[in-house]
Design a protein around this ligand. Structure first.
Ligand SMILES: [Zn+2]
Length: 384
């Protein structure tokens, strides 16, 4: 039984809200199908975010291939701010009316996940961040979640299909189940080392049966340089103060000369919990807060009909552009007919959106690495 929609159904408009189909019916009967300019932007970010990362564009354009549609947008992976028109779509209204629902769906969730991933990566700095959220969401969208987490800056993903699609090696450690069945952490670690291919890091869970510190020391003493890191995944009901557990484990390992054994933490982490763990950790597995990241709530609004300015209440009519000063990074939103603007610093400001699609043909497709690198480059200048 397959419940989730397939691409064919999405492209036919079958996942679209019924009111767009009714809109089509009415406008066809009234013989109205004007040329329209519509804009996509966000009024308010979730959770007091100051910025967000724009992703989902490469999936979105699939909706309009072969139609007489032009799309101008920020390159996928760009940082953007509230009220900026990140995407402008032009064409006959009936050519895109019924795609508003999936258009928004693609970018709202993708940008939500990429933004959360970027926020976590900023806090983690050089430490490894892995996307562990597959188990919290419908498996049909596992590769979607991991794709956008990877775009946002995580270093790896745990789900096999996600890694395959991103041309990465899947990353993971060892589950409690093996340790429970073998009956002892050290014995399980030895079995892991014996069976799993060389070159895959030996990161062993230390919270299955007893104290994290005691188990870490037993592991390090028994396996010596065969253990790369230990993983702490203690359930919150048994955690007390996670930072204290991790700090104590780090100090005890160091005291015995095991400075090279890293500590990897997972379980209920988000960008806010990383800061206090950073001094003791080499990496994190982040699950629910990535896969269930708050969506970035874009809306699509008509701003011109047959080149006449029109808009609904609360929205400014007229096509707009996002300008940026390459010297100081200042940004401004201006009307397209009025793009000559100087920055406060005296430098000329430039339009930063690009034509992505012309007459239903994609003219600016980007590769995975290009999108991710764009995000990584911008992270240096952002904070959470
Ligand atoms: Zn400037």
């Amino acid at each position: 039984m397959q419940i989730h929609a397939n691409n064919k159904e999405i492209l036919k408009g079958k996942t679209t809200d019924i009111y767009f189909h009714r809109t089509e019916e009415i406008l066809k009967k009234e013989k109205k199908n004007p040329n329209v300019t519509a804009e996509v932007c966000v009024k308010k970010f979730p959770d007091k975010y100051k910025w967000a990362i724009f992703t989902g564009l490469s999936e979105l354009v699939e909706l309009f291939k072969g139609k007489e549609i032009d799309i101008k947008a920020l390159p996928e992976g760009s940082v953007f701010f509230e009220r900026e028109p990140v995407l402008t779509i032009k064409g006959k209204y009936l050519d895109f009316a019924k795609f508003e629902t999936p258009l928004l769906g693609y970018i709202c969730q993708a940008s939500g996940i990429s933004t959360k991933a970027a926020r976590c990566k900023i806090e983690a700095g050089e430490r490894t961040v892995l996307s562990f959220g597959a188990r919290r969401m419908h498996p049909a969208i596992t590769p979607v979640i991991d794709r956008y987490a990877y775009f946002g800056g995580v270093d790896g993903v745990s789900a096999v299909l996600s890694a395959e699609k991103l041309k990465l090696e899947p990353k993971g450690t060892i589950p409690h189940a093996v340790i429970l069945i073998i009956g002892d952490t050290v014995k399980a670690a030895i079995a892991y080392d014996k069976t799993i291919a060389k070159g895959i890091p030996r990161t062993i869970l230390v919270d299955t049966f007893s104290d994290e510190k005691t188990e870490s020391l037993r592991l390090a003493e028994n396996l010596q340089d065969k253990v790369d890191s230990i993983r702490v995944d203690t359930p919150s009901s048994r955690r007390g103060n996670l930072q204290s557990i991790v700090r104590e484990t780090r100090e005890e390992l160091n005291n015995r000369g095991f400075n090279n054994v890293g500590i990897f933490v997972s379980g209920g982490l988000d960008e806010y919990s990383l800061k206090e763990l950073n001094p003791y950790c080499v990496g994190y597995g982040i699950g629910t807060s990535l896969s269930n990241a708050p969506t970035i709530n874009f809306s699509l609004d008509i701003v011109e009909i047959e080149s006449k300015l029109v808009s609904k209440k609360g929205k400014v009519a007229g096509e707009k552009e996002i300008l940026e000063c390459k010297r100081c990074g200042n940004r401004a939103i201006v009307f397209s007919k009025d793009i000559k603007k100087r920055c406060e610093c005296g430098n000329e400001m430039k339009i930063i959106t690009k034509m992505i699609m012309k007459n239903g043909k994609v003219i600016d497709a980007k590769e995975v690495d290009e999108i991710r690198n764009r995000v990584i480059k911008q992270l240096r200048f952002l904070d959470v």
